[in-house]
Write a new protein. Structure first.
Length: 251
């Protein structure tokens, strides 16, 4: 299954459909998987920047016990009276102010990977945590990535190298959505077959419809994977999750 078809992009950074369909299976599954993998890296009373907050329905767990600033180009994803309309790599915040910076499915939308990560690091205090998720595997590129405004997909080594290049220490990096990976492969195969029949056309924009029984199976598989990810990494999947720390002393 696709990780999130976002429809026609409203900006160079794409547009999220989680605002209209927050209960779509992938958003709910991602929330559980992200929390299982990365929640331990978020303090209970920290100051958190949620870059790409239009995906807020997927990461509500960030707000438990923390003060969160929402930040997105899509004003629908901002908290009333508390959000900032902006994006990587130009954040309107001073240096070293946030305990946690979360950029879930954001970096791939930025033309300059290094500038985007460097800007997230700039606003992160020394000792703070950078949390990232990105789509996996360039070979899985499809019309979905084009419509979503992606510039690239990742492997785990590439993402680690990009974060290390900005001076951060990677604490954890793992693939995710391993349990539903066969469905992801099947969806990409169907998408490419339809493209070929349409002679270069693409599947209609929007989230891929999922029958109720299949959705139940997908949730069961992701729930089992979430239990595994609390303690262990997985070697493949359609997404990559990463947590890294900004050194307290510049290196």
């Amino acid at each position: 299954m696709t990780e999130a078809d976002r429809g026609h992009p409203a900006s160079p950074h794409g547009r999220s459909q989680s605002i209209e369909q927050p209960t779509y299976w992938w958003y709910r599954a991602r929330s559980e998987l992200l929390r299982a993998t990365l929640a331990e890296h978020v303090g209970r009373s920290g100051f958190v920047l949620d870059v790409g907050s239009a995906d807020g329905p997927s990461v509500a767990w960030l707000r438990q016990g923390s003060r969160v600033v929402s930040c997105d180009l899509d004003p629908r994803g901002l908290e009333a009276g508390g959000g900032v309309r902006a994006s990587l790599p130009q954040l309107p915040f001073p240096d070293s102010v946030f305990d946690v910076v979360a950029a879930f499915d954001v970096i791939e939308h930025c033309q300059s990977e290094s500038r985007a990560i460097a800007e997230a690091v700039r606003v992160l205090r020394p000792g703070g945590q950078l949390l990232i998720s990105v789509p996996a595997y360039q070979w899985a590129w499809s019309d979905h990535d084009v419509r979503a405004g992606h510039h690239r997909r990742y492997t785990r080594p590439r993402l680690i190298a990009a974060v290390n290049a900005e001076g951060l220490r990677v604490d954890r990096a793992t693939y995710a959505f391993a349990g539903v990976f066969p469905f992801f492969l099947a969806e990409r195969g169907i998408r490419r077959a339809r493209d070929a029949r349409r002679r270069g056309g693409s599947m209609p924009p929007g989230l891929t419809p999922v029958p109720v029984k299949v959705e139940a199976l997908l949730h069961t598989l992701c729930h089992a994977e979430a239990r595994w990810l609390r303690q262990h990494d997985v070697p493949f999947g359609s997404s990559i999750f990463l947590a890294a720390t900004k050194p307290r002393i510049a290196v």
